[in-house]
Design a protein around this ligand. Sequence first.
Ligand code: G3I
Length: 355
Amino acid sequence: MKRIIRSVLVVFLIFVGALSFAQETAAPAPPYLRDLAAKHHLLLGTSIQRGGLNNPGVLRTAPREFDAFTIENELKPASISGGPDSYFFYAPDYMIKWGEEHGMQIRGHTLVWHRSVPNWLLKANLKKDQILAFLHDYITTVVGRYKGRLYAWDVVNEVLDEQGRLRQGKSSFWAKNCGDVYIEDAFRWARAADSKVRLFINDYGVVTVNAKSNGLYALVKRLLARHVPIDGVGFQCHVTEQSPPNFKSVAENIRRFTALGLEVQITELDVRIKDKATPKQLEHQGDIYAGFFRLAVTMRGVTGVTLWGVSDAVSWIPGAFPGFDSALLFDDRFNPKPAYFAVKKVLAESVLKKK
Ligand code: G3I
């Protein structure tokens, strides 16, 4: 009798174990998002951190669903610059090799950002010429090291204030010490170091037509008039489920940038939800994602969409916005959410001629 009870118990435990494993790995069936996006000539990316490459969920899901990724933190100047001639390349080297082994295209992020100035530089008390000389060496070294291996660089990130003016004074180390010239210089030096990599200006709060995107548009026009080598504009798009953007305005905005001959990418997409997400909110989140992807597959000049993280398990949102979560296509167990299926549905639609 005891033996029978033990066997029943063992079978039961195996069943429960298999069930919970199945729950964690309820992988969606093919076709996967990356294959569907490729039919629309749309690069589908995610951001990845070095730590993510130790996470089985990221390792399993990222290369299956995405054909590109942005190095989320490990190429920021504060991460790799230890002094005028001192660099820490171990993490990005590892990540780029991993991406290449998995057939993924890789985006460099970012060469100049006021929120990632190397600590030593902040303390060094250098003059304008010395700072620009460092920036030249830095860009030449970093872009040169990965020449031919990245598809794009976010050359400058968030150089505008909320009103669409160039950051000034205290709000940016670069503006305060170098005026505005560093922006143009950064593009020229990046182009000199890699003649093929696509060079982007990237910012937040610029996806619709508004004061800030008007400022971005004017800046980009000025740069183009001065023959600055800029290939594209990146719209970050960290939005909330409660107040999604007006997609008519997004379309109008995209159109004016692509009309300048530039490509547009949605570079950091996530849709955060306040408190514990209800089924209704998750459906609504799916509609918002679908809204972005519908524009991406129908508008000429939109060349890629990058999600800011593979799953809710590795998202920056709960850390940065207490009370918010559930921002991505996969949940914290890497199971696909309604938003995943909403995106898939749009990508599965027939390929139309882009307008
Ligand atoms: O890795 C360290 C860990 O060792 C340490 O114990 C821990 C303690 O705070 O910090 C960890 O580093 C954090 C890192 O993310 C890795 O998780 C940093 O503190 C934290 O500041 C960093 O935040 C990143 C943030 O940029 C600032 O660089 C986020 O992950 C990243 O998602 C976010 O990305 C930015 C884009 O670059 C630009 N656009 C906005 C976007 C969101 O802020």
